[in-house]
Design a protein around this ligand. Structure first.
Ligand code: DAH
Length: 355
């Protein structure tokens, strides 16, 4: 007897095709958000999901097809479950998990920029004022020899500034190596090398063996100035410094000179500028005097010119030197020098607008 053909059309209503179609759909699944993935899981594997429905239907499949279709259905179910898992993992890992809801028109988080250090701001302002007056910028080494820091600047051998308390010596041979105590060393180097006339400012770091306090530090910055030509006079110096003070501290500023002494200048003076806080009336910044001390200066001593090979009969000149931290303190009323060296962001951020 011939075996009946058991493909009962009613009981195999295109199940194979539907399994294949569902398989293709599962493989192409690409939802990203957790919510979409969960919806897909319910749609496929939930109680009323399409895979679950196929399993229900499977019960009615003809026995001789059960093996084949059962395998196919199991593969389908496993594939669906694996796909859902993979999508979940990808969603958890992807940094752009919320990409679908990311609003690209939102303003970004502000990037916090660094600001210039007040000492740099002050130094550059000093230098740029003198540049406008026609001065060039010269620089020299921080590690120096005795000649450029003292000897050529007319410091007598027994001068106290050479002593260990003031100067950091690196070697104490007959020709000691030391850290420069002032930028006046650069004027010596300039006079030795540069053609005349010379008109320069020399900004730089200097070092002194001093106890650190609100008013003193072992490292600070200076700007040295030097002008050498024929017939340079004390009046020229006074005018240059007055113009500088007005650019730096305001057009109303006055200066006054007090006689002083430096080995490398004769005559020498110290310059005060009228207090820019009280306008000269007297306040606690100028300690009631109406004046603030800003620099030392003088006519370059003929001995200094000659030591660098310049004919002191033909040439004359003036020099000046100022502390950058001091100028910055006066300009911004900083009361403690240590603020400049501690890198406290609360202090530094106050200068952000001076960029
Ligand atoms: N070198 C001096 C100091 O460090 C500052 C100074 C004073 C420089 C007078 C000069 C000057 O050129 O003429 O205290």
């Amino acid at each position: 007897m011939e075996m009946p053909v058991f493909v009962d059309k009613k009981k195999d209503i295109g199940m194979k095709e539907r399994i294949e179609a569902l398989m293709a759909e599962i493989e192409a699944l690409s939802c990203k958000s957790e919510q979409e993935i969960e919806e897909a899981r319910v749609r496929l594997l939930g109680k009323k999901g399409s895979v679950t429905a196929l399993f229900e239907e499977f019960r009615t499949v003809a026995p001789e097809l059960k093996r084949e279709y059962g395998q196919k259905l199991n593969v389908l179910k496993n594939t669906a479950a694996a796909k859902i898992e993979a999508l979940k993992e990808a969603a958890a890992e992807a940094p752009a998990a919320g990409a679908a809801s990311f609003d690209y028109t939102m303003p970004g988080d502000p990037v916090s920029l660094g600001s210039r250090h007040p000492v740099s701001i002050a130094r550059e302002e000093i230098v740029s004022i003198f540049r406008k007056f026609g001065y060039d910028v010269a620089e020299g080494p921080e590690v120096e020899d005795d000649w450029h820091v003292f000897e050529a600047l007319n410091f007598p051998p027994e001068h106290p500034a050479r002593e260990m308390q003031d100067t950091f010596f690196i070697s104490d041979s007959d020709n000691p190596v030391l850290l420069r105590t002032h930028t006046s060393s650069v004027q010596v180097r300039a006079m030795e090398k540069m053609p005349l006339p010379i008109r320069i400012v020399c900004p730089g770091r200097v070092f002194r063996n001093e106890a650190i306090s609100a008013r003193a530090h072992c490292i600070f910055h200076q700007v040295e100035g030097l002008y050498i030509d024929e017939n340079v006079t004390f009046a020229d110096m006074k005018q240059a410094i007055l113009l500088f003070a007005r650019e730096m501290f305001g057009a109303q500023s006055q200066i006054r000179m007090r006689p002083s002494y430096f080995p490398f200048t004769e005559p020498s003076a110290e310059i005060d500028v009228s207090c820019n806080i009280c306008g000269g009336k007297g306040c606690n910044v100028c300690k009631g005097t109406g004046w603030l001390e800003i620099m030392g200066c003088g006519m370059v001593d003929p001995n200094v010119l000659e030591a660098s090979g310049i004919d002191s009969k033909k040439y004359s000149g003036f020099a000046f030197g100022m502390g950058v931290e001091r100028i910055a303190m006066l300009k911004w009323q900083v009361r403690d020098l240590r603020n400049y060296f501690e890198n406290d962001l609360r202090f530094l951020k106050e200068f952000e607008t001076s960029l």
